[in-house]
Design a binder for this molecule. Structure first.
Ligand code: DGL
Length: 285
């Protein structure tokens, strides 16, 4: 991508380890799998635990204080249980709000996921760029600040979709949304002004890259869909320092709802190299 997504976002590099690093990848649901896949490619010997706070999904619908409290409380449990060396908060909705609280609470390296405004602007020639996110991410001051800092003359349209994260979950479970429903959610991203058209859309929710093919199929015209996952993986690799010569444990997944999971989901997890699924049950009160 050639643009540093993480400039100014401080995260401490790991001290050298004599074993494979333990990396916790956290999201409200299945969207963080888009980040996990890139991480697993970049760090094939690391031990990964994928944790989904599906009891509280969707995070985009929680008010700010509730979301911060929830993320910190779930993280308490996960950190105590898994003792990670580094945590990837593979969720824009949580990262844009809760990272300062997480960094204050835990002596751990956190890597977050923030809207890829900078790479989207760099990819645009028309100067019309959209950021597609959850309503929570669109509301955040942090998101507005990123637009102010990185728009560099481009016109950035923020689009908050309340439904797409759920559609992405459905897609992975084998219950896809209709083309018309998907087209309606992405329609506000497509802006035409004085002969120019939006030509880059930042996917600012980790669920959305699960739907990129569906988006492309119903889009009114072609655009670059910007997925920050490869940049996040490069960032984590840089913080880990080097690839461990020792092979870690096989990847596992944990869910907070304890609900029965459809076979389509187990297949989707297995395809991504996650064979073992467990629960850390923590209902949303
Ligand atoms: N995957 C999350 C993100 O990146 C959001 C989904 C949700 O609303 O829980 O923003």
């Amino acid at each position: 991508m050639g643009v540093d997504l993480f400039a100014g976002l401080g995260a401490a590099a790991l001290p050298p380890l004599d074993r494979a690093p333990r990396i916790l990848v956290f999201d409200s649901g299945l969207g963080g799998l888009t980040v996990f896949s890139e991480l697993a490619k970049a760090l094939p010997s690391a031990s990964f635990v994928y944790a989904a706070d599906d009891a509280a999904f969707p995070y985009g619908a929680l008010d700010d204080q509730r979301l911060v409290d929830r993320v910190v409380a779930v993280m308490e449990r996960l950190v105590a249980r898994e003792a990670p060396d580094l945590v990837v908060v593979a969720c824009n909705t949580a990262s844009t709000l809760a990272l300062p609280s997480l960094r204050a609470r835990f002596q751990l390296t956190f890597v977050g996921t923030v809207p890829a405004v900078k790479p989207a602007v760099a990819a645009s020639t028309s100067g019309l760029v959209s950021v597609l996110a959850t309503p929570g991410t669109v509301r955040r001051e942090h998101t507005r600040a990123m637009v102010d800092a990185f728009a560099k003359g481009a016109e950035v349209t923020l689009v908050g979709s309340p439904k797409l994260a759920g559609y992405a979950e459905g897609e992975l479970r084998g219950e896809p949304a209709s083309d018309a429903d998907i087209a309606a959610e992405i329609a506000p991203c497509f802006v035409e002004r004085e002969g120019r058209r939006t030509d880059a859309v930042a996917l600012a929710c980790t669920h959305f890259p699960l739907l990129t093919k569906r988006f492309a199929a119903v889009a009114p015209w072609p655009v670059a869909w910007i997925d920050p996952a490869p940049a996040i993986a490069r960032r984590v690799l840089a913080l880990v320092g080097s690839l461990s010569p020792k092979q870690g444990e096989p990847a596992r997944a944990l869910f907070t709802s304890g609900d029965a999971r459809p076979s389509g989901l187990s297949t989707a997890l297995r395809l991504r190299g996650i064979g073992c699924v467990g629960n850390e049950v923590f209902p949303l009160s």
